[in-house]
Design a protein around this ligand. Structure first.
Ligand code: NDP
Length: 302
């Protein structure tokens, strides 16, 4: 079997076009242009690239992308002050703090990442990290959805790959990818309807025993581990759909968490790395920024 390649780049481009057209109508109706503010602390080269990509993606969709670059020496208090300033700024609709934060601030102390993320106003929390937005997702009445798992739901939906009644195995339980992914697919109603929800979900992690056997039971296998090519062909049930979230640099190559060539021989469909899940993450960030602008508009009107 040679698996169908699920083209995340193409789907992301489709979503971005839809967003650009919605942004144009939103502003034509006399609303302020949606604006995403990214805070980048320090000089981490990968973070600089991510933030630049987000700025460019904003521009192409008609969203204002503003980046606030703070020096390595920034303290926790200074960062919290900046976040509060942006919380209060009515021209800013979405706020994201680029992770990871540097190890130490000016005062010799490390950042309390949880406190930093909690400081972002829940109505501007386009990464959906705030406990308020996580709680809403948990209760099945989501507002913002975390970008990477939401991108995966969009991809599955647009390829007509239903999850309802299917056994989905998610490997990795991070707050950013694995946990919300599991929660979203287990809901009765998903962001793309009931077909891309209602899964029976197994959430695996580093303490899972018999990982291979569990993976082989999956109709849909989602790998978000951060270990290059860990998922081998023998771990995949013939005909399964494989979603590879991993982005790992090995020498000068980018590889996923799945061994692409082996998996392609067994699976019915698979996302490549790069060009799979990655582009969808940014597309859903733009989606959340527009949503934030709409929500703040409604809140100001009432
Ligand atoms: P984390 O490091 O936060 O979490 C990794 C998870 O994998 C943990 O739950 C860990 O288990 C589990 N794990 C680690 N080793 C094993 C193992 N041998 N067997 C089973 N489970 C294991 O990673 P993230 O969720 O942030 O990211 C995962 C990958 O996805 C990375 O490659 C990252 O670069 C990529 N990524 C890609 C994005 C995109 O846009 N495409 C966005 C975000 C991330 P435990 O909890 O027990 O430690």
């Amino acid at each position: 079997m040679t698996a169908e390649r699920l083209d995340g780049k193409k789907i992301a481009a489709e979503i971005r076009e839809e967003i650009a057209s919605k942004v144009a109508s939103f502003t034509r109706e006399g609303n302020g242009t949606p604006c995403l503010a990214a805070i980048l602390v320090g000089e981490d080269p990968a973070s600089q690239v991510y933030v630049r990509n987000k700025e460019r993606a904003c521009e192409k969709s008609g969203i204002i992308g503003r980046t606030f670059r703070l020096p390595d020496s920034t303290t926790q208090d200074e960062l919290l002050t900046k976040i509060e300033e942006l919380n209060q700024d009515q021209s800013v609709h979405g706020i994201l703090v680029q992770l990871p934060l540097p190890k130490k601030g000016n005062d010799g102390k490390g950042f309390d990442e949880r406190a930093v993320l909690d400081a972002v106003c829940p109505l501007k929390d386009v990464d959906a990290f705030s406990p308020v937005n996580v709680g809403l997702l948990m209760q099945g009445r989501h507002r913002f959805l975390p970008c990477t798992p939401h991108g995966i739901v969009q991809l599955l939906h647009r390829y007509h790959l239903a999850t309802s009644g299917k056994h989905v195995v998610v490997i990795g339980r991070s707050d950013i990818v694995g946990k919300p992914m599991a929660m979203m697919l287990a809901q009765r109603e998903g962001s793309c309807g009931a077909d891309t929800a209602n899964a029976t979900v197994t959430l695996a992690h580093s303490r899972t025993t018999n990982l291979k056997e569990i993976c082989r039971q999956a109709d849909i296998l989602i790998a978000a581990v951060g270990v290059p090519e860990m998922i081998r062909g023998e771990m995949i049930r013939p005909g399964a759909v494989v979603i590879d979230v991993g982005i790992n640099r090995v020498g000068d190559r980018l590889v996923g968490d799945v061994h692409f060539d082996e998996a392609s021989e067994v699976a019915s469909a698979i996302t490549p790395v790069p060009g799979g899940v990655g582009p969808l993450t940014i597309a859903m960030l733009l989606h959340n920024t527009l949503l934030a602008a709409e929500l703040q508009n409604q809140a100001n009107a009432s």
